[in-house]
Design a protein around this ligand. Structure first.
Ligand code: KG4
Ligand code: ZN
Length: 346
């Protein structure tokens, strides 16, 4: 089969991104360009993403980002097979900017439009990078989501568990804020934790005694707040203790999901655990999950950190998978603020 070339656009949160990816399922694909403009600085004074600022910034720079993605890839729109774009879930204003741009390009160049679920982008990155075969177990840990899923196909997900309150990345971001660290907090907490004693402060590990694969981080967050309000705490030790608690929670829940995956896919003798989403960029979390995978006979696949956080290469690839299967979408396709990967689970 001839390789497929896709232009992908991502504007669902605070990254304005465009990329050109070429290949065929199951991968790996070639990333011909991957342009990301992070709005971190614009949002930093507010300690989080401000939707109105985000959509305005997307609107101002998306044009130029798309041009750069095409020129970096040394390709013209004519040579692209289809245009993939995040159609949700995410901040609706930003999603609309990307979707409108993609529709314009699609109509202008006469190229098919492929609407992509942002979460599917994260979920399928391991195929773009490592050609991981279906089915695989996915731990999706980002700023907005914390889920365990069986990935059976590019559009076929079975939800094993999700967070009952905060996402893992959100817990990192809130902890960072409490510690007086800038946004986004994950990398900052990780840096601080690397000099800390993880055993210094005992913190709760919610849900550990429960069956199933659901997560909860709010009890840990409350305990962190109380700890940080205590006089004379050592911030590095607090960050390390927090990160150790998150690792224990993620390992415990993922362990349960591994058992369930084995039961659901007994023919898959050498299963793979894929970790995706921004939090997967955390080295200590990666190490913890590598140990868990080893204990349970799973291979571990963690895409490179730059492909774990939001980017458009993952959107182009998820679009490529859909397009290769014959899918495309009408220009009437609307943005979706909510869009679960496993619709049957909601
Ligand atoms: O996937 P992503 O870029 O955006 C969403 O779709 O949410 O994930 C961003 C999240 C933020 O909460 C950020 O703090 C977290 O991922 N994150 C990390 C690390 N790098 C990013 N969390 C822990 N450790 C890191 N190194
Ligand atoms: Zn994301």
């Amino acid at each position: 089969m001839n390789p497929i070339t896709i232009l992908g656009l991502e504007t669902s949160c605070d990254e304005t991104a465009a990329a050109v990816v070429r290949g065929n399922p199951p991968g790996p694909g070639a990333i011909l360009s991957n342009v990301i403009f992070s709005q971190t600085e614009a949002h930093a004074p507010y300690g989080g993403v401000v939707p109105e600022i985000a959509s305005r910034a997307h609107l101002e720079i998306l044009d130029g980002i798309v041009e750069r993605a095409l020129s970096d890839a040394r390709i013209s729109l004519k040579e692209i097979d289809a245009i993939a774009v995040t159609a949700g879930p995410g901040l609706i204003g930003g999603v609309m900017v990307g979707l409108t741009m993609a529709k314009g390009l699609s109509m202008g160049a006469g190229k098919p439009l492929v609407a992509v679920n942002h979460l599917a982008g994260h979920a399928l990155t391991a195929r773009l990078t490592h050609a991981v075969a279906f089915p695989y177990l996915l731990l999706l840990v980002s700023g907005g989501h914390c889920q365990l899923l069986a990935v059976r196909g590019a559009e076929d997900f079975r939800l094993y568990g999700s967070t009952l309150d905060d996402a893992a990345g959100e817990a990192f971001d809130k902890t960072a804020k409490m510690l007086g660290l800038p946004y986004p907090g994950g990398p900052e907490v990780e840096k601080l934790a690397s000099n800390g004693n993880a055993k210094r402060y005992p913190l709760p590990r919610p849900m550990l005694a429960r069956a199933g694969c659901d997560f909860s981080f709010s009890g840990l967050k409350t305990a962190m707040r109380q700890l940080i309000e205590t006089p004379d705490i050592n911030k590095a030790d607090a960050a390390a203790s927090f990160q150790a608690a998150v690792i224990d929670i993620l390992k415990n829940r993922t362990g349960h999901a591994m058992a369930r995956f084995r039961g659901d896919f007994p023919e898959n003798e050498n299963p793979t655990l894929v970790v995706a989403g921004g939090v997967a960029a955390n080295q200590d979390i990666g190490d913890g999950l590598r140990a868990l995978a080893g204990e349970n006979g799973f291979a571990l696949c963690v895409p490179a950190p730059a492909l774990c956080t939001d980017n458009a290469a993952m959107i182009a690839w998820a679009g490529l998978e859909r397009f290769a299967a014959g899918a495309s979408d009408p220009v009437s396709t609307g943005p979706r603020a909510r869009w679960p990967l496993d619709a049957s689970a909601t």
